[in-house]
Write a protein that binds this ligand. Sequence first.
Ligand SMILES: [Zn+2]
Ligand SMILES: [Zn+2]
Length: 127
Amino acid sequence: MSFKCPQCSDPSALEIVFSIQLPKNKCADDITLQVVECGACQFAALAVYEEKRRSISDTRDWKHVGYRIKTKDLLSIKGIILECPDRLNPDCRCLAHMHLGTCNPHGEWLGLEGVESYGSFAMRMRA
Ligand SMILES: [Zn+2]
Ligand SMILES: [Zn+2]
């Protein structure tokens, strides 16, 4: 899967380099936190893919948003993701999953709480 880079506008240079699937929460049935990097301009960011299934109509709502964050924060999140031994397992109970999958008492995901983002962009897949 390749995406359009918001920095250099290359239509397909942005790739997902690491991802971790997180436990579902009140807002999403599927939630994946990703580190994305552009092979053309070295731009790097965080991205979140969320999907909500609707049992009644059997359709899916999804959103895929990238967040520009500080390199320091990106590196620390990357480090946390890499600590997980089972990144595609949303039920994994390792420290990385505990840390990144935190929800508030209402069941809303708090994963990006405390991470300072200076802008978001839509993740556009190459057509
Ligand atoms: Zn780029
Ligand atoms: Zn884990």
